[in-house]
Every structure is written in structure tokens, then in C-alpha cells.
Design a protein around this ligand. Structure first.
Ligand SMILES: NC(=O)c1ccc[n+]([C@@H]2O[C@H](COP(=O)([O-])OP(=O)(O)OC[C@H]3O[C@@H](n4cnc5c(N)ncnc54)[C@H](O)[C@@H]3O)[C@@H](O)[C@H]2O)c1
Ligand SMILES: [Zn+2]
Length: 405
């Protein structure tokens, strides 16, 4: 038996945030990040809409990018004090993910972070509050997914919380919010979205319900991402929908080891002054993982189908895979994303000597590989890597060398 779960309602298109005026409830807590939503006037509009719906509104502000366990615990305390019946999370993946985890802790104050991380182990939510997610970036699709990614900075590890319980009740996909994204954010979140769609399509948990969502998302991203990056606002609006479709696919089909590796490398070098931004990590690792997975005959066939759907040409599946990885690498170039960790600069742009020193990478490699294998996204990858293979794969992602194993 399979399960396919999405939010009960999805409001999309320009002006969709005005749907909040029709919500029914007493108290709404609005969870938001560092300031972009306030600066561009969206936060005021959201709060006013909720007030117009007759609700008392409280803000929980300042949720940082790649949110920490500590932030989750602080937000849950604010919720326990205010007792909201609506949690409205607005922003990129970070504030929405943090709010999802706060929601669990609000409903079950005794729950520890370790308990939250038990895959599909979240008890019944919605006894205290419903959840609405309003996305302002075009990548994570957390507004429709059963996932939340929280970073344990003490361990330098990102943990996915995964359960259909945390799939929001309402998603709002309003392209106005995506218009203010800076170019770099468009690039990173867009490559995150195509990675979601590709991983969902080849996942061992894919179904007839998820495949069309993944393929259509890939087609839209192929058509619109680079143009959106270069300032075309119609393509920017289309990307906001495309990433959401990719999210509907992967929330139900799960992901693969591109994400396992991105989760486990993202914060692993934070002590060297930077993160490997989630979308950029995916963009660098995806072509490598495709080459690795393509040794599995079923995955090879399905990558070939993706290449066909993108009209990339090629006369057999091996050639199609090469054309697909070449296409993705060209997208990285067009979006100024490096091809490997060695060339990943502290500002996320390609550079000769990146912020992760070779000796540090090699020293931490066995631990990172071990953690990546244990990541919740590994189970649905079409080919299961052992420790040695994962280390070799990560090395290819560091040096940009060919995957021939
Ligand atoms: N839950 C999921 O299913 C899922 C999937 C993939 C990734 N993630 C996680 O999501 C996080 C990344 O989220 P993200 O890529 O959306 O970025 P983000 O939420 O971390 O935001 C990045 C920066 O962009 C700014 N920003 C956001 N929207 C903006 C806008 N419209 N205009 C101007 N600035 C804006 C923010 O203030 C922040 O400084 C990571 O922690 C990642 O691991 C979650
Ligand atoms: Zn992702």
C-alpha cells in the first residue's frame, strides 16, 4: 500500500495571500525569517489579512537560514504561551521548516528533538493548531511537503524530520513573493527544485501519481529557470509553480542520495566560516549521483526517459545519461554555481580555491560518508552505496572527477 498526501488546499497565482482573509480561527502566530518579508511589505499584508479574518496575531521573527534545534525550542515556547490555533509560516524553506518542528513541540511539549527525527514517527497533530505555509523562495516546496530540515550545530548535521503529519493544511504559492529573490537565491533554489524532481522520478518509491508531477516540473524548470535567473518575471512566476509540483512529487516519492550528501556536507564545514548552501550542494552532486545510479538498469532507463522528456537526443540510454548530466552542468555554469566543493567559494560562486580545505575534507570524509548513508533520503535511492562507494562518490564531488564505479 502507498499513501499520497498533499495539503487540503492550495491557493496559487498573484494575490493568493489574500486567501488568508477567509481563514477561521482565534489566534494566529506568524513565523518568519530575518527581514526580507517585512522589508517588502508582505508581512504586514499577511498580518492584516489575518486580523481582517478576526484573529489575534502574534509574530515569531528572526528564524535564521538553516534553522537550529534551539530556534525550534524557542518558537515552541512562544506558541505554548500564545496558544495559537493557526500557525502561519512565511518565507523560504528555513522559517517554514522551523515552524513545522515548533508545531510538533507545541502539540507535544515533552517530545525531544531525537524523537522528532524518527522517520514517520510523529504522533497525531492538529489537536491545537492547523498549519499554513506561504513560500517566498522557489525550491524547497516545503509548503506542500512532509519534511522539515533542522540543523544540530553541535554535531554539524542537518536532520530531516519526515512524516505526513507535518504536511501543511494549506499552502499559498503566490508569485509576488518570489519576485524579490536575489539572483543567487533563484539559482540555488531552482537547482534544488530540479534535484527534487529528478530524484523523485528515479526513487524506488515513485508511483504513477508522482511521475507526472516530477516530469512536468523538470520540463518547466528546463524552460524557465535560467530565464528567471536573468530577470524574466513571467518565468519567475512559473518557477514558483514548478518547484511546488516537484515538491508534490518528492513528498510522496521521497528523494535519494544527492539529498543525503547535501544534508551531511551542508553544515560540516561551518567552522570554516560558511555553509555549502543546500541548492548549490545539490547542483554540484546531482550529475555525479546520476552517473553512479545509472549503473542500476532501472535507474538508467528512467534517466533516459527524463532525457527524452527534455528532448536532449541520444540514441541509447547511456548516451542519454551523458547528455542529461552535460545539460545539468551547463545549467550550473549559466547560474554561476561551481561544479565541485573544491571550487566552492565562501560566497558560493566558483573560485580556484574554495573555503573547504582539501586536508579537512579528507579528514572528515569517513564520518560524512557514514552519516550520508544513514540519512533518511538514502533508503529510496535506486542504488545503495556502501561506505567505500560513498567516500569515492563524495571525493568525485570534491574534485569534480568522473564517476566510473
Ligand atoms: N522541507 C523540505 O522539504 C526541504 C526541502 C529542501 C530543502 N529544505 C531546507 O530548506 C532550507 C533552505 O531554504 P531556502 O532555500 O528556501 O532558503 P532560506 O529559507 O534559508 O532563505 C535564504 C535567504 O533568502 C532570504 N529570502 C527568502 N525569500 C526571499 C525573497 N522572496 N526575497 C528576498 N530574500 C528572500 C531569507 O531571508 C534568507 O536570508 C535549508 O535548510 C534546506 O535544508 C527543506
Ligand atoms: Zn532539497
Amino acid at each position: 500500500m502507498y499513501r499520497f498526501t498533499l495539503p487540503r488546499d492550495l491557493y496559487h497565482g498573484k494575490g493568493a495571500i489574500d486567501a488568508l482573509k477567509t481563514f477561521k480561527g482565534k489566534r494566529a502566530i506568524v513565523c518568519v525569517g530575518g527581514g526580507s518579508m517585512k522589508r517588502f511589505g508582505f508581512l504586514d499584508r499577511i498580518c492584516n489579512n489575518l486580523k481582517e479574518a478576526g484573529m489575534e496575531v502574534e509574530l515569531f521573527e528572526g528564524i535564521e537560514p538553516d534553522p537550529s534545534v534551539e530556534t525550534v525550542m524557542k518558537g515552541a515556547e512562544a506558541m505554548l504561551r500564545f496558544q495559537p490555533d493557526w500557525i502561519v509560516a512565511v518565507g523560504g524553506g528555513s522559517p517554514i521548516d522551523a515552524a513545522k518542528a515548533m508545531w510538533i513541540k507545541y502539540e507535544y511539549p515533552e517530545t525531544t528533538f531525537e524523537q522528532m527525527c524518527v522517520v514517520f514517527g510523529i504522533p497525531e497533530l492538529r489537536n491545537k493548531a492547523h498549519f499554513c505555509a506561504i513560500s517566498s523562495t522557489s525550491g524547497t516546496a516545503t509548503e506542500v511537503t512532509a519534511f522539515s530540515i533542522i540543523t544540530d550545530y553541535a554535531k554539524g548535521i542537518k536532520y530531516p524530520i519526515a512524516d505526513f503529519q507535518i504536511t501543511p493544511d494549506v499552502a499559498i504559492v503566490d508569485p509576488d513573493l518570489a519576485e524579490t529573490m536575489p539572483q543567487k537565491l533563484v539559482a540555488h533554489t531552482g537547482m534544488d527544485a530540479i534535484t527534487h524532481a529528478v530524484e523523485a522520478y528515479v526513487s524506488t518509491a515513485h508511483t504513477d501519481y508522482t511521475d507526472p508531477l516530477a516530469l512536468h516540473a523538470i520540463k518547466m524548470i528546463q524552460r524557465d529557470l535560467v530565464k528567471s535567473y536573468n530577470g524574466d518575471m513571467e518565468c519567475r512566476a512559473s518557477m514558483h509553480n514548478a518547484q511546488c509540483l516537484a515538491g508534490m512529487a518528492f513528498s510522496n516519492a521521497l528523494l535519494g542520495i544527492v539529498h543525503s550528501m547535501a544534508h551531511k556536507t551542508g553544515a560540516a564545514f561551518a567552522d570554516f566560516g560558511a555553509h555549502i548552501i543546500h541548492g548549490a550542494a545539490n547542483a554540484m552532486y546531482l550529475p555525479k549521483v546520476i552517473a553512479f545510479n545509472a549503473k542500476n538498469p532501472e535507474a538508467l532507463k528512467r534517466y533516459g526517459e527524463i532525457a527524452d522528456f527534455m528532448h536532449l537526443g541520444g540514441s541509447n540510454d547511456e548516451e542519454k545519461v551523458r547528455l542529461l548530466t552535460a545539460y545539468l552542468r551547463k545549467m550550473n555554469d549559466d547560474l554561476r554555481i561551481p561544479h565541485c566543493i573544491k571550487n566552492y567559494g565562501a560566497d558560493s560562486y566558483p573560485c580556484e580555491n574554495g573555503f573547504v580545505p582539501e586536508n579537512v575534507f579528507l579528514e572528515r570524509l569517513p564520518e560524512i560518508a557514514k552519516n550520508a548513508i544513514l540519512d533518511a533520503c538514502t533508503g529510496s535511492n535506486p542504488r545503495q552505496p556502501n561506505q567505500e562507494e560513498m567516500e569515492r562518490l563524495l571525493k568525485c564531488c570534491y574534485y569534480d572527477t568522473e564517476v566510473d564505479f
